[in-house]
Design a protein around this ligand. Sequence first.
Ligand code: HEM
Length: 497
Amino acid sequence: MEYVNILLGLLFACFLVRVVFISLRRSKRVAPGPFPLPIIGNLHLLGDKPHISLTQLAKRYGPIMNLKLGQINTIVISSSVMAKQVMQKQDLAFSNRFVPDTLHACNHSNYSVTWIPVNNSQWKTIRKIMNTHIFSGNKLDANKHIRTKKIQELIDYCHKNGENGGAVNIGGATFRTSLNLLSNSIFSKDLTDPFSNSSKDFKELVWNIMVEAGKPNWVDYFPFLQKIDPQGRRRRMTDYFTKVLHLISGFIDERIKEREMGNHANVDVLDALLNISPEEIDRNHIEHLCLDSFVAGTDTSSNTLEWAMAELLKNPHTLEKVQEELAQVIGRGKLINEADVSKLPYLKCIVKETFRIHPQVPFLIPRKAEEDVEFCGYIIPKDSQVLVNVWAIGRDSSLWEDPLDFKTERFWESEIDVRGQDFELIPFGAGRRICPGLPLAIRMILVTLGSLVNTFNWKLDGGIAPKDLDMEEKFGITLAKTQPLLAIPIPLQLLGY
Ligand code: HEM
């Protein structure tokens, strides 16, 4: 009997040693990170500016961190080397999305190119269609006259506002321009009045979607709350999506009728999509693709423009320098043509520097590990959410000299670009999930910014001195300015040019 007890004791001791050994080995291989509290994990560390809080935490725990956000295991990547590993070397392992609950509204996540998994053949087809039928150089060249017209309207609006010394809300005006630019490229229609701040239109809906998607949602940290939707976020998003999809569906019906009657010019994105067989892209996917384009393309572009203008007003010598370049290449007072952009290297440096310091999607669109993944000596557990902190990479002092300063000259002799090859600067992401709208966004931003500073001189409203301009960021689905930029346009002719 005693013999059996000794044997059982030994077996139990072996079992304990093995359990301790395995858990030690496992915990060693999980990336470092702050100790999680019961239930909330590390949620309390995020604060209202998670991009800044996580940048601070990375200084302590390193470029790969493991956090527990409620029930969700989250990996935060904060260096360009590790970002390259996630989005290039091990791209496939991290190519699917971690889908926030609100994006399931109206089945959006099942049809949207942004959220469907990369192994879904529909994702590949839609990405191919976007690359060849919507955002290719030829297609964009074919509809550049639409963008010129919309930018002319923006300049007219600034003229009208500036006539009596009135200020322009730069973010609001460029938001309307970006929205109309997209809606004209897609449907050949204005979806908001470029001269009015009216809130009863499509603009308000797109705006509400951005606000709703940007707010923290308990369900994303505690998925068991999904059915209850305690903050009503999915309910509100369903309402906004339903309205937008209904409008889009109406435009499609209208177009189908026009095409049947043979009285349509066949030039815009909707035509390109309807020309493709429904087996390749059906009606549902077309509707959700249009919705995606408005959500992904409007705020990102207009916020970038607002930040670029804010930086120029804060740094008057940079503004003067780009105005000189524009005066020499284009001639003062004129709009910029897309074909001129290649002759405007300084303007391009300004836009790159804006993307570096104010990336609009600070964690990219969250990725997900579908399986346990071996990564740089650690295990990333299955189902982890993966965030790439592009904001931190843009301010990494080992990559950028004086990272907090807006220094456009840093790009003057540099080959670094935003197209997903240089991981120090990836505001559009990289790898197979890189932003498909990049070619359009770059054209839109360069031409709009160039036109705004080539037609006007700008003064901050309220007599604010450049050095006192508030540059506080507001965290949401994109990184907006907390205080809207209000600036008074002074037509360059009035200055005697
Ligand atoms: C300044 C402007 C823009 C910025 C900074 C931006 C940024 C981004 C980023 C960071 C991603 C995620 C990339 C990743 O996970 O690696 C993305 C994806 C996406 N963007 Fe953009 N974007 C902009 C403009 C646009 C425009 C104009 C459109 C379309 C009209 C667009 C459509 C999309 C779509 C559909 C996706 C999802 C692609 C997928 O998951 O396969 N974006 N964008």
